[in-house]
Write a protein that binds this ligand. Structure first.
Ligand SMILES: C[S@@+](CC[C@H](N)C(=O)[O-])C[C@H]1O[C@@H](n2cnc3c(N)ncnc32)[C@H](O)[C@@H]1O
Length: 211
């Protein structure tokens, strides 16, 4: 049986498997042309990585953030980190993803980790899903395709709880995301009542707090 107060073996077994797959995909990714990489990107996990996963997990636990939103679940790597923390604080993750086959894989991994009950997946365009979700949210991870960070932020900003944390991935890597990352950082920094900092962790994360 899972020990709800610590990261158990089932959690680590799933994280380890994801990371083995991610390593294999990184090796393949580095051999692909830009055109091939963009054509095949839906085959890849494109995970936030262990450092950012750990930070997300710690932020949820430290802030007892119970209403967690993930925008871009992919195959469920970051979802697993968030779900483990959700279990620890009595919270729940709502995770948005447009590709159903990725969600199917994520659900199976979460079940293996004993964390399925802490996540609700919403399949469809995140912009439409966000409009329909009432909020408020205590912690949000933004990690979908980078041209959507601005409209996503616009929709979720009015739904942030006091003290909410927003983490946006890919602020430094890949280089192809730089223009969108820069635009996101400028936008979040002029939003009233947001305090924001860029951290050189993983692919680079912008961590912002509301009020
Ligand atoms: C970088 S990956 C997310 C990685 C994931 N957070 C992790 O760490 O494992 C981005 C994901 O956003 C999804 N996505 C892109 N555009 C979307 C949209 N409009 N609505 C919902 N999901 C979208 C993609 O299908 C992809 O799976």
């Amino acid at each position: 049986m899972n020990d709800p107060t610590s990261m158990d073996k089932a959690f680590w077994a799933v994280i380890d498997d994801y990371e083995v797959r991610a390593k294999r995909e990184e090796a393949l990714w580095s051999t692909l042309s830009n055109e091939e990489a963009s054509r095949r990107r839906d085959e890849m996990l494109l995970p936030v990585g262990r450092a950012t996963g750990t930070v997300l997990n710690l932020l949820v636990k430290a802030g007892e953030a119970r209403r967690i939103l993930e925008v871009g679940s992919s195959y469920g790597y970051s979802t697993t980190w968030l779900a483990e923390a959700a279990r620890a604080v009595g919270g729940k993750v709502t995770s948005l993803e447009i590709r159903e086959e990725k969600t199917r894989y994520a659900r199976a991994q979460l079940a293996r980790a004993g964390l399925a009950e802490y996540v609700e997946f919403v399949i469809g365009d995140a912009l439409a899903s966000l409009k329909a979700l009432p909020g408020p949210f205590d912690l949000v991870l933004i990690d979908l395709w980078k041209d959507l960070y601005l409209p996503v932020f616009g929709l979720l900003y009015p739904k942030l709880a006091a003290g909410a944390i927003v983490v946006a991935d890919n602020m430094l890597q890949p280089e192809s995301a730089r223009v969108h990352a820069q635009a996101y950082r400028e936008r979040v920094r002029v939003a009233p009542d947001m305090t924001s900092v860029l951290l050189s962790i993983g692919n680079g994360i912008e961590v912002s707090r509301y009020r």
